[in-house]
Structure formats: structure tokens, C-alpha cells
Design a protein around this ligand. Structure first.
Ligand code: CTP
Ligand code: CA
Length: 228
């Protein structure tokens, strides 16, 4: 039976959250990025903090700052820096929530100087970044809870469950653009959370703050069900 969910539910627990986009350099003045604002990650950080957790946010470039000084924010730029910083902290982490919109590809080489324009057609060679969530799925221990996100436009449920299993996460939070009110840059959201036992937990369309509270409550139930 799940323990009751209270303000001090995560007392003494260390929560690591990735948040925001990553920027992948092309040359000294350009990068490949995305529209992630970092709002969801920071709302999650605040919700965990308000339930008593020690929270560290590993954030890509974002203007969002935490509402509480005790939330530690470590700033990174690229997917590789996010990977390195996450791995430097994962040992001491009880719960990791990977909410960042990590670039899947980066330029194969970064030009030392600004690239000059020439031909009409310009090809940029890209190479895969490391998958941070999958890398944690490979090394996590029995006590650590690993939570991923999935952003999908089609076959949302199928794709989300595949990510849950392929990356060996305990929970995956599906953010579907098929649902109304979900997406980048706006303040409302709708999610469905999947666990490894085939359960689905759908939220209503709510503010990001309320969605964060919903996610934190599901995480709490799952964490309490783990062996001590
Ligand atoms: N993720 C990660 N490192 C990456 C890519 C993704 O940690 N290099 C994490 C995200 O933070 C998220 C989850 O993996 O928690 C799923 O991200 P998403 O982009 O939805 O899925 P991908 O596995 O990258 O697959 P695709 O973009 O092709 O759908
Ligand atoms: Ca991706």
C-alpha cells in the first residue's frame, strides 16, 4: 500500500532533474537548438522541493529560474555536457527525472571560424548524441527510480511504451501534441504516465504547476513501492 503523500514525503531524498533544450554548436556563432522553455522541468523541481526533496536541476540554456534558492541549478549547454554533469551526480541520486529536450544530433565537426556562405545548397553533417536516459537505465540500481519523458505527435501510446522499455526507465511521462493544450512554450499541459506493469495514469489538462504535482504524486507512489 502506498504511503500517504504529504509535504515531507521526499525528506532526505535526492532528486536530479534535467530541463530545457540543449544547444549543439555549428561554429562560434551558430547552434542547433529547439523550443523547449524549461518550464516543465523547473515546475517539477519546485514540486519535489515543496515535498521535502534535495533538488538539483541540470539545465540547458533557459531563462527560467527556480522560485526557491535551495534548488540547485547547474547550467550546461550541449548534450555531451548534460550527459557528463548528470553522470557526475547520478551515484548520489535517489530519483532522476529526465525532462530535458536533448538534441538527438549534433554537427559531426564544429568549425573553428564562422562558416561563410557560398553555394545555394549547403550540407551539414550530423552525428548522434548520447542518450542520457538510456545510459542511466543501464547503470541504475534497485533503489534508484528513473523517470523519462516522451514527446510524440503520432502513435503516442505505442511510442511512449517502447521508450519506457528500451531505455529501462521505471516511468515515462507522455506529452502528446495530439492532446489539446499541450506543447512548447505554453502554460498548460496534459500528460499520461506509463509504468512497467502496464498501468496508465492520465492527467487532466492543467497548468504546468498542477501537472508537476500530479507527476510527483505518481513518482511518490512508485518510489514507495520499491524494495528498501
Ligand atoms: N533523452 C536523453 N538523451 C537524449 C535524448 C533523449 O536523455 N540524447 C531523454 C529525454 O530527456 C526524454 C526521453 O529521453 O526523457 C525521450 O526523449 P524523446 O526525444 O521523446 O525520445 P528519443 O528517444 O530521443 O526518440 P525520438 O526523438 O526519435 O522520438
Ligand atoms: Ca529525441
Amino acid at each position: 500500500l502506498a504511503k500517504s503523500f504529504r509535504k515531507n514525503s521526499f525528506q532526505g531524498k535526492k532528486v536530479l532533474i534535467t530541463s530545457g533544450p540543449t544547444y549543439e554548436a555549428i561554429d562560434p556563432v551558430r547552434f542547433i537548438g529547439n523550443h523547449s522553455s524549461g518550464k516543465m522541468g523547473m515546475a517539477l523541481a519546485e514540486a519535489f522541493y515543496l515535498h521535502g526533496a534535495d533538488v538539483v536541476v541540470i539545465s540547458g540554456p533557459s531563462n527560467i529560474t527556480p522560485a526557491f534558492d535551495d534548488i540547485q541549478v547547474l547550467h550546461v549547454t550541449s548534450a555531451q555536457e548534460m550527459y557528463n554533469t548528470v553522470h557526475a551526480h547520478f551515484n548520489e541520486t535517489d530519483i532522476a527525472v529526465l525532462a530535458a529536450a536533448v538534441a538527438d544530433y549534433k554537427p559531426a565537426t564544429v568549425a573553428d571560424q564562422k562558416i561563410k556562405k557560398s553555394e545555394v545548397l549547403f550540407n551539414l553533417e550530423l552525428t548522434r548524441t548520447k542518450d542520457i536516459l538510456a545510459s542511466l537505465g543501464e547503470i541504475k540500481n534497485q533503489e534508484q527510480l528513473l523517470v523519462g519523458f516522451a514527446l510524440e505527435t503520432n502513435n503516442a501510446f505505442q511510442n511512449a511504451v517502447a521508450k519506457l522499455e528500451n531505455k529501462n526507465a521505471d516511468l515515462i511521462v507522455l506529452n502528446s501534441t495530439q492532446d489539446t493544450g499541450a506543447g512548447f512554450g505554453i502554460d498548460t499541459n496534459k500528460v499520461t504516465i506509463f509504468d512497467r506493469d502496464g498501468n496508465q495514469y492520465p492527467s487532466a489538462v492543467k497548468s504546468k504547476k498542477e501537472i508537476a504535482e500530479f507527476i510527483v504524486e505518481i513518482v511518490h507512489n512508485k518510489y514507495c513501492a520499491k524494495p528498501d
